[in-house]
Design a binder for this molecule. Structure first.
Ligand code: PEP
Ligand code: MG
Length: 539
């Protein structure tokens, strides 16, 4: 049987299936006259729950890093929330009931309130408030901390898993986890990615599959139950290849991006969605060098609101935990279309109305995006960059808009953070103006995909031009060299975020040019790190 779900994290797992049954706690409503004694029981249970969370925090910190451990910090804070405590006290005193019942009632009520909120972040808190309430109830009932005690390693199937359950899983015993519910952006999903366990969601598994043999294909999002011999043989091969890749990955994780002669370079990840952050972290990205924000627009029915964008940018910034996140403003037009923009058909779309050109003619779109970016900057280390720049005038106009946005945010009383400003260098005009442009911005990011297209006058979408559209053409390399020189002379740092940046045959050339940062797709990070570490610029 093959069941199709959604992948939360790639990888192949093969083994016995085990169904994780949540031990539903039954909480009885009991009359208690001594409200002070019940409150005392609650306070003691709360302290014990906080102690447990502290232990979990330390465990998660070691295993999956600070950003992902933070959820247990949040849980500790939620336990100290005044409204939460007042609600429990109110139920205990007014209804003269046991503490377990008051905690369960409060947990349910708060969870319902959170679940009904518009804000995605707050909606996610619904599961958390249930989780902390369950923990307090478990302590009150004298139960042990929930855990999963397995024998041989298994593929774990569950309806849903709370973050605390995920981190408590003994990873030696769990090959993969597969849930019926959950979202790709939930904390559990993020934890799974960083824990390096293939994971699927949206799999409605049959209850009677306990003990059967299964295969999880985390690349395709599929679960096989009792697969045939042919499928098993195929996946054994796939798994071996994957293991070889992971072995390389493990060896290079945590190592520096430094050449033999001591030259350091930043190695960041290109992402296209919030969900890609997991892959960036898992591959040890030092930051996000290109967040293609247009996915927020292309996948939507209408312009994404400031709030929707704010949440996406904030999530990325928070998950990257202080590492640099470069958000590229909307780069729509040419091949990337969304109907609601109402763009006219064009003779030459690649040379047409796209990216910053649309944003400057329709500044409200840019303003909404900038407001979201600047607000999200309170939650991490965010930079912004603008695509398809051809002139100083455009940069000046953008800067005016940025000032207007900041003034409006101040007027609206909305907090915002510091944001580095950069531009993409992907047109010949930007290359030739790079000396002047460097003085106006903090950084450049060279988009070799478009730069190749525009320098060589060849449509990057046209399959007949694959030979002409040659990113190794000396004209492209000279343009990059000139850009790097001018960037540094003007006091800007410079990176490469086009596909060429992840081409290990070019790494030495770029380092010799003095490129400060390479931003590549997540699976390429460790390969490029490997290349960097083999280079000797003095040799
Ligand atoms: C580029 O042009 O090199 C680039 C990184 O942007 P995109 O591929 O999204 O156009
Ligand atoms: Mg481009």
């Amino acid at each position: 049987m093959r069941l199709q779900g959604k992948s939360v994290f790639g990888g192949i797992a093969m083994g016995k299936l085990a169904v994780y049954e949540k031990k539903e706690r039954t909480v009885k409503r009991e009359k208690r006259e001594d409200a002070d004694a019940e409150m005392q029981r609650f306070y003691e249970a709360k302290e014990e729950a906080k102690r447990q969370l502290g232990v979990l925090y330390e465990k998660a910190l070691k295993e999956v890093g600070e950003a992902n451990a933070a959820i247990f910090d949040v849980h500790q804070m939620m336990l100290d929330d005044q409204d939460y405590e007042e609600s429990i006290e109110h139920i205990i005193r007014e209804q003269k009931v046991n503490a377990e019942y008051a905690v369960a009632q409060t947990g349910d009520n708060f969870s319902e309130i959170f679940a009904a909120m518009d804000d995605d972040y707050m909606r996610m808190r619904a599961a958390d408030v249930k989780d902390i309430s369950d923990r307090v109830i478990a302590v009150l009932q004298g139960g042990k901390d929930k855990g999963f005690a397995g024998g041989e390693p298994v593929i774990l199937l569950a309806e849903d898993l709370a973050p605390s359950e995920t981190v408590q899983l003994d990873k030696e015993k769990v090959l993969s986890f597969v849930t019926k519910f959950g979202s790709t952006n939930s904390h559990t999903a993020i934890l799974a990615r960083t824990m390096n366990i293939p994971a699927l969601i949206g799999i409605d598994f049959p209850k009677d599959c306990e003990g059967a043999f299964g295969i999880v294909d985390g690349f395709e999002g599929a679960l096989y139950i009792d697969p045939d011999e042919e499928t098993i043989a195929l996946y054994e091969k796939k798994k071996q290849k994957e293991e070889e890749r992971r072995a390389l990955l493990q060896e290079l994780k945590g190592k520096e991006n430094v050449t033999k002669d001591g030259t350091r370079v930043e190695l960041f990840a290109n992402i296209g969605s919030v969900a890609d952050v997991g892959a960036a972290l898992q591959n040890d990205a030092g930051g996000i060098g290109l967040f293609r924000s247009e996915f927020l627009y292309i996948g939507a029915e209408d312009y994404p609101s400031e709030e929707q964008q704010f949440q996406a940018y904030r999530t990325v910034a928070q998950n990257m935990a202080g590492k640099k996140v470069v958000i590229r403003t909307l780069d729509i037009g040419a091949d990337k279309k969304a109907d609601y923009f109402g763009l006219d058909p064009e003779e030459n779309p690649a040379l047409g109305f796209r990216a910053i050109r649309i944003c400057l003619q329709r500044p409200q779109i840019l303003k909404t995006q900038l407001r979201a970016i600047f607000r999200a900057a309170c939650y991490g280390n965010i930079s912004v960059m603008y695509p398809m720049i051809t002139s100083l005038r455009e940069v000046e106009r953008i800067k005016e808009i940025v000032e207007e946005v900041k003034e409006e945010l101040l007027k609206d009383g909305l907090p915002f953070g510091e944001v580095e400003q950069g531009i993409m260098i992907e047109t010949p005009a930007a290359v030739f103006m790079s000396a002047e442009l460097a003085k106006e911005v903090d950084f450049f990011s060279i988009g070799t995909n478009d730069l190749t297209q525009y320098l060589l006058a060849c449509d990057r979408q046209n399959p007949n031009l694959a030979d002409v559209c040659d990113p190794y053409h000396p004209a492209v390399l000279r343009a990059i060299e000139m850009t790097v020189k001018n960037a540094h002379a003007g006091g800007a740092w410079v990176g490469i975020c086009g596909e060429l940046g992840g081409d290990v045959r070019m790494t030495e050339t770029f380092l010799r040019m003095g490129v400060d940062e390479l931003s590549v797709s997540p699976p390429r990070i460790l390969e490029v790190r490997d290349a960097i570490r083999r280079i000797d610029l003095k040799g």
